[in-house]
Ligand binder design. Structure first.
Ligand code: DGJ
Length: 542
């Protein structure tokens, strides 16, 4: 069961929070995920919040790196920083904990007025055990890596050994217990449990003791007909319910997915028992279009095909989150669709820090998602050449800067389903958006007329359309034009723009800069420049 509060309305939820708080039973301001009509939001300070995030490089959460990290966070205008905490540093001696790193990250985030998402680099970091403490690494028999199909150890911890699980549970519980005390003001708004778990180099553990587990009958939760349907198991006439018999050629992978998910479920539950912040697990993706087999990707992590297994095995995990390092709009839009489910809020905790990814921020907002973050923003080994800044930092920074003053409004509109978005595809083609009584056409070509040259040489254009009133739209975008056509009850009517106001947001309020008219609206409709342009358009039907 997803740990999301189902609500009838946002207002009844707020009243409820108030009552609970008044009676002192729980803290109403604890960050929380809620769901309504299949859409989600993250409540921070009791109100919808959207993570304009940024993640550091893996080895940057050390005191010496804080100036570099936080200067990058400032440059990119993020409201939330995602930083790792390292098991090897936190529990250098078994049972002896050092939380000074957490103190540093809390203190720095507060100083720089951003929220914090902590990443628990523990049993798994990109499928390996490299962040386990030394006392575990040295005892490979007790805390083993998996054995590959042809024998020999693979550089990936086995999810099937209790000693590893118990050690991780204890350490994570200690972290969350400490955090609850150290962070009464909720600087930390979510916690990632492990990092891209699963195994590269072997589909599962083939060691002799795990072979015995694999021969057993599958857990009965996996025999639910609706689940089997989602896993594309057509023939359910078997009497022997072994992994192999039920899942055939996917048996090894599903066994591994179940084992990893069950392991992380128990770590997560141990942490939540101490302090129930929202928690998620990130996925190293597989190609979402070609249904490859598990020796082509990280096996056992929450890849799109095993989301149903993870949901059953790991009810304490609120979000299975895609890390987007893919290229191409078809693939990436498919990933967003696959991870945006009624039982799974859409959150992109990592995207490659490249100009092509910034446009997907708009899709995440439109799909009722809760946040987005490029990875590795503190590129301290790179020279900050003009070209580097243009290709990496600016595409995200200019969005976060323009949208930050309206973050709360965007989060609420996103939750209420008021946002539609389009991103430019590789063919630069026009795209239609259904707005009820209006149809919008978004042009990514030149001045908006047919066959015009692309506005930008790369497909980076994008537009969000927020329906404010029946004939009033807030339009935010870059490198495109828009035009409208009446339909439904307005079909066949004449129409014109009443006003196309261009402005900026300040403290949640639209501030007029100019009114677009004349050439600016007559030639292909209102336009959006290289920097995010914000327009408030009112249409008149005659
Ligand atoms: C995805 C991982 O989750 C990150 O920690 C990092 O290793 C990036 N890949 C690649 O740099």
């Amino acid at each position: 069961m997803l740990k999301i509060i189902k609500v009838l309305s946002v207002s009844s939820f707020f009243i409820c929070c108030f009552l609970i708080q008044s009676f002192g039973q729980t803290d109403a301001t604890i960050p929380k995920l809620i769901e309504k009509n299949g859409r989600h939001t993250l409540l921070v300070d009791g109100k919808p919040f959207f993570i304009f995030g940024a993640q550091s490089h893996n080895s940057s959460a050390w005191p010496a790196m804080m100036p570099t990290v936080f200067s990058a966070i400032k440059d990119i205008y993020a409201n939330t920083v995602e930083l790792p905490i390292y098991w090897e540093q936190i529990e250098p001696v078994q049972g002896k904990f050092d939380f000074s790193l957490i103190d540093t990250l809390l203190q720095q985030s507060r100083k720089h007025q951003v929220h914090l998402v902590l990443l628990w680099f523990a049993t798994w970091k990109n499928g390996s055990n490299h962040y386990m403490p030394e006392w575990m690494k040295k005892d490979a028999e007790k805390y083993p890596n998996i054995v590959g199909e042809k024998g020999g150890h693979v550089d990936s911890p086995s999810p099937n050994f209790n000693a590893t699980l118990e050690a991780d549970k204890k350490a994570f519980a200690a972290v969350m217990r400490y955090l609850k005390k150290a962070d009464r003001q909720h600087t930390v708004i979510m916690v990632q449990v492990e990092n891209e778990p699963g195994a590269w180099g072997s589909v599962r553990d083939y060691s002799s003791s795990v072979q015995e587990l694999f021969k057993q009958q599958i857990p009965k939760e996996l025999l639910e007909p609706s689940l089997l349907k989602q896993l594309h198991v057509a023939d359910t006439t078997y009497t022997n319910t072994s992994w192999q018999n039920v899942f055939g050629e996917r048996a090894d992978e599903y066994f591994q997915a179940w084992s990893v998910a069950k392991f992380i479920e128990q770590v997560t539950a141990a942490g939540k028992a101490e302090y129930a912040l929202p928690m998620y697990v990130n996925a190293a993706l597989r190609n979402p279009l070609t249904n490859p087999t598990a020796n082509n990707y990280e096996s056992g992590g929450p890849t799109d095909n095993v989301i149903p297994i993870w949901k059953v095995a790991a009810p304490s995990i609120d979000i299975l989150a895609p890390d987007i390092y893919e290229y191409g709009s078809e693939k990436i839009l498919k990933v967003l669709e696959l991870y945006n489910r009624n039982d799974n809020p859409l959150f992109v905790p990592e995207a490659s820090f490249t100009f092509d990814k910034a446009k997907y921020l708009y899709q995440v907002l439109a799909q009722g998602g809760i946040g987005f973050a490029p990875f590795g923003v503190d590129d301290h080994h790179q020279s900050f050449s003009k070209e580097y800044i243009l290709n990496h930092l600016t595409p995200f920074a200019q969005e976060y800067q323009a949208l930050a003053p309206m973050m709360r409004e965007l989060a609420a509109w996103s939750f209420e389903g008021k946002i539609k978005a389009v991103v430019e595809r590789e063919d630069n083609g026009n795209q239609l958006v259904d707005l009820g009584n209006w149809e919008a056409t978004v042009y990514f070509g030149g001045d908006g007329r047919a066959n015009a040259a692309p506005i930008h040489s790369k497909p980076i254009g994008k537009l969000m359309i927020i329906t404010l009133e029946e004939n009033k739209f807030l339009l935010i975008g870059t490198d495109c034009h828009i035009s409208f056509k009446p339909k439904e009850k307005y079909a066949g009517h004449d129409w014109q723009y009443n006003k196309v106001e261009e402005g900026i947001f300040e403290n949640g309020k639209f501030k007029l800069l100019l009114i677009q008219n004349g050439d600016e609206t007559d030639w292909g409709g209102p336009g959006f420049g290289a920097k995010p342009t914000i327009l408030q358009a009112t249409l008149i039907v005659r």
